[in-house]
Design a protein around this ligand. Structure first.
Ligand SMILES: *Cc1c(COP(=O)(O)O)cnc(C)c1O
Length: 393
């Protein structure tokens, strides 16, 4: 059976055009980018061309881009690096309750090192409260780290406003933009962003390659010790093929952005409309307007998300009940709890994230199976039976 892929927030399929650009650097152009002979210089050129493509999209300088192995490393480097290098100025960091584990766990680690972290709350749509943000600023605050867009519910944060608050208070602002890159135009200067994380495999590039933007003048401690690569900030022989891949992927994403977004939005809206029409007792999670176009997160009452996923998998459908990192544990998603869902409702949530390779036929197949599975699982639930009896009284 063919896999029908609706988990584009977890990862995306490598674009063939990206692969094509990468292959020479996995084969004949294998030189170390630090070597001085021609084979090495060719790799160096490929690395710098890719850096230029990323810098162009973000509207920053070339030497403000550092290559890493992915979103998690970029977040760790920025947050730990800025915290440790600016400890003399203060030890307070502000983040939100709905960050990706790459940020939340990094903050927890910093707490063990003596930093104080404030986790600000979000409203029922997952938007951070700017007033709470302002109120939580202290003389010791050195960093605000708030994600651009959430990986589970798709909510987009008021990044420009947060950037303004940070600038006015002379605090560094880091944003995890791993979900946003490839669907939103981001100008780091206009938005007052001091550092930003991105990851190739979230926009049809390869896995194991990411980038970090850090504004000139922002002090950060290096995260990987070793050789002098990446201007002494990130040791390790460059993953030249991966770097070529992420450059090509970001270029493609922004070349076709409007067209891509239009298609994704149409499919997502069609999916949500179909579910609303065909399945009762659901709750749509996340902000309706300020949200990633490919994301939908819907809770189905009287349903266990895990059961839903297993049944969809039997039909070849790939989806997620929270984030891939938290499934496998029985705790409901921290994001869904933070927007105020009860444990019961949070447990019955399904994240469908649509990508550029999805079609309307695939959505029809998904909805058809979803309706059948939800009806069947509900019939097996004693709570549902009781609920329906009450409803029909
Ligand atoms: C996927 C993701 C990450 C982690 O990126 P990796 O490249 O897998 O390490 C971080 N933050 C967000 C919001 C993500 O969606």
């Amino acid at each position: 059976m063919k896999s029908i892929y609706f988990d584009n927030a977890a990862t995306t399929k490598l674009d063939d055009e990206v692969l094509k650009e990468m292959i020479p650097y996995l084969k004949e152009n294998y030189g170390n980018a630090s070597s001085i002979y021609k084979l090495g210089r060719e790799s160096r050129k490929a690395v710098e061309d890719s850096r230029e493509k990323i810098a162009k999209v973000l509207n920053c300088k070339l030497d403000e881009i550092y290559f890493t192995v992915g979103g998690s490393e970029s977040d760790n480097t920025a947050i730990k690096g800025i915290a440790r290098a600016n400890k003399k100025k203060g030890n307070h960091i502000i983040t939100s309750k709905i960050e990706h584990p790459a940020v939340l766990e990094t903050c927890k680690q910093l707490e063990k090192e003596g930093f104080e972290i404030t986790y600000i709350s979000v409203d029922e749509n997952g938007r951070v409260d700017l007033e709470e943000l302002k109120k939580s600023i202290k003389p010791t605050t050195i960093l605000i780290t708030i994600m651009f867009a959430n990986n589970e519910i798709g909510t987009i944060q008021p990044i420009e406003e947060i950037g303004k608050v940070a600038k006015e208070n002379n605090i560094y602002f880091h944003t995890d933009a791993v979900q946003a890159i490839g669907s939103i135009k981001i100008d780091v200067q206009k938005l007052n962003i001091d550092s930003l994380s991105l990851s190739g495999h979230k926009f049809y590039g390869p896995k194991g390659i990411g980038a970090l933007y850090v504004k000139t003048g922002v002090k950060f401690a290096k995260f990987i010790d070793g050789g002098h690569q990446e201007r002494n900030k990130r040791a390790g022989t460059e993953n030249v093929a991966g770097i070529v891949g992420i450059g090509k992927a970001i270029e493609l994403a922004y070349e076709n952005l409007d067209e891509h977004n239009k298609k994704i939005k149409e499919l997502r809206d069609y999916y949500v409309e179909q579910v609303q029409e065909k399945i009762r007792y659901i709750k749509i999670n996340g902000d309706m307007e300020k949200r990633l176009l490919g994301n939908s997160n819907i809770s189905f009452r009287f349903i266990e998300g895990e059961g839903l996923l297993l049944n969809l998998d039997l039909k070849g459908i790939c989806a997620s009940s929270g984030s891939a990192c938290t499934s496998g544990s029985l705790d409901p998603s921290h994001v869904l709890l933070a927007i105020g869902l009860s444990h019961e409702i949070a447990h019955g949530s399904l994240r469908i994230t649509i990508g550029k390779y999805n079609t309307k036929e695939e959505i029809d197949y998904l909805v058809e199976n979803l309706v059948e599975i939800v009806n069947r699982l509900r019939k097996m639930s004693p709570l549902w039976e009781k609920f329906i009896e009450e409803e029909n009284k």
